[in-house]
Design a protein around this ligand. Structure first.
Ligand code: MN
Length: 227
């Protein structure tokens, strides 16, 4: 059996302190998971169940560069805690959920906000706003057995040395265990899945030449230049 053309390479992320790579299967993203960000986007955070959208695995970028995408003049940064799974399943209970977590990383859910806004208004899907090339810069995965299960601590983003986003992981509306349990009721999760868990308030536009510095306590930092 041969393929008619070479299959796409396996997308992977580096693992902190390891020569091995983490092979990525799917990327889920949680929308509006910090109250102050839900409010800044015009929503009432107390009234919503979690909701999800997806990016493509090959939208990941781990080389510290974010090429400014086509078709947008309002591209926003969203700093997020990323959860990486080494075990899957359906209908996972909140009590079991954290045993499915391999580790955590710092990610950026880069967003064409103008196109996302048009899609929202028209009741259309979000792919053009969310799932474009290089839309998911992500740092190396730190093992949960080394850094613990991150439930609190500062999360922030600076642009050119200026603080733009600031929050604390303890402000997540849907905590990691409950969010994974909920997600696994809709999708069969599997090893290699990543979940971007949502962003705190302060999202805003980036320009070519900007230097982004994302930080989460316990995970170090992720630097990214807009090119
Ligand atoms: Mn996001």
């Amino acid at each position: 059996m041969t393929y008619v053309f070479p299959p796409a390479p396996v997308v992977s992320l580096p693992i902190a302190g390891s020569e091995q790579l983490f092979p990525v299967r799917r990327i889920y993203c949680v929308g509006r998971n910090y109250a102050d960000h839900a409010i800044e986007m015009g929503h009432d955070p107390s009234k919503e169940a979690p909701f999800f959208f997806q990016k493509n695995p090959d939208n990941l970028r781990s080389d510290g560069q974010f090429p400014y995408p086509s078709q947008s003049s309002d591209v926003h940064h969203e700093v997020e805690l990323v959860v990486a799974l080494h075990r899957g399943g359906r209908d996972i209970t909140p009590e079991q959920a954290l045993s499915h977590v391999f580790g955590y990383a710092i990610g950026l859910d880069m967003t064409r906000r103008d196109l996302q806004g048009e899609a929202k208004k028209a009741g259309r899907p979000w792919e053009v706003g969310k799932a474009f090339e290089a839309s998911a810069p992500c740092g190396p995965i730190s093992l949960a057995e080394q850094v613990g299960h991150l439930a609190e601590g500062p999360i922030s983003l600076q642009v050119n040395g200026q603080l733009r986003q600031q929050g604390n992981l303890n402000q997540l509306i849907w905590k990691t265990a409950d969010m994974l349990a909920y997600l696994s009721g809709y999708f069969e999760l599997a090893p290699g899945d990543l979940i971007f868990t949502g962003t705190p308030a302060g999202v805003g536009p980036v320009q070519r030449g900007d230097v982004l510095l994302a930080q989460i306590e316990g995970l170090g930092h992720l630097g990214c230049q807009v090119v």
